[in-house]
Design a protein around this ligand. Sequence first.
Ligand code: GAL
Length: 437
Amino acid sequence: MISIRTIGLTLALVGGLATAGLASAAAPPAPKSNGLALTPPIGWSSWNNFGEDINEQLVVESIDAMIANGMRDAGYIFVNLDDGWQRYKGKRSDHPLEVDPKKFPRGIAWLANYAHERGMKLGIYSGPGQTTCAGYTGSEGHEREDAKMFASWGIDHLKYDACCSHREAPKTELQRIFKTMSDSLMAQQRGIILHACHCGWGDIWEWAGALGINHWRIGQDISDDFNYPGNREKYYFDVLDQLDRGVGIERFSGPGHWNDYDMLIVGLNGKSKQLVGSGASNTEYRTHFSLWAMVSSPMLVGADVRKLDAYSLETLTNKEIIALNQDAAGNIAEKVRDDGDLEVFAKELSDGSHAVLLLNRGAATAEITFSPRRDMQVPMDRYSVRDLWQHRDMGTYEIPFTAEVQSHEARVFRIRQLSTSPNGRSVSDGAAEQSTR
Ligand code: GAL
């Protein structure tokens, strides 16, 4: 049984270390806008579960499944082909870039049309080298021509991946290759979102927005783990690694130009043919999803959407959590309190309310106390609290609130300022404990 209760001014996290609150540091260079991705792109990507093993039937079935299971209506409109749609492996100087006719017999334009007719969007993948990460022909030397081809097919999103071809490239070279594709896309009549994938290297968040790039990975590939000791295969980042990577670079992210914490692992359950990792618990997947929503990361589901179990689907289609990700203000939650294993993230939403996430990274259940004044430096003396996983209004508070948070759980609340009551008391005053589950 989890409970939430009001407590005078007693803090459960005695000796806690408050962090910077919601103040932000020096402003990054002004982003160049193509008018796209004003909220983070959310949808499905083929890579995390299927790798190169993709084809037309899989994509059609995935679109149909996302419509039938409510994902599209919850906002997941992007259907993104990752590496493996191309016909040839080997250097671009030796082969043209064409669709594999065995995998996609009716071509990509047909597939884009299939998506568009159903209110969805189609994404594709290439890279700035001679070859892509999986060894298919890249776009080097043919950027304008490829951008034109993608636009003619009706493509809406391009993942442009430099992780393998330009791993050691200096920053100036990275900026050149991404600018070339960004300019090539912007020269098309069709708006195409550009994801510059460079696995979080070259401080890409510092300069990508100014080149007109819509999102960029802040870390190496995610693995299907919540908190694996160290890095799997000395490379992969788990959920908490990605989260920690984003702390301190929030100011580079916003409408049209997002820090990307990598694709969602919810529903993979350690069974992906493609991705390493032993899977996470339902609670951990839910925490991962809540965190990505709070930091407004693009959210591309990596699991097989045709076979999602009920719990994963309920997690992914929680509209109150998705609303935090898709909020028009585009604020990125900051870590406003860090007490070792117990952390608090918060951000302001476009209607003036705030989203608050209480995270327990530890092994044992713990109480976490949140105070708007102390943790966000917001003088909110009377406020309502809504639990976004239980879909329940918790009442009115005039003092900090405390919630019990299980190991690896994140509890997420939306709090709204209320006018001060005439007698200075809140409806929750005197109620020693309110059961929430
Ligand atoms: C990696 C990238 C993955 C996937 C893969 C395709 O560089 O990080 O997300 O796109 O290439 O080969």
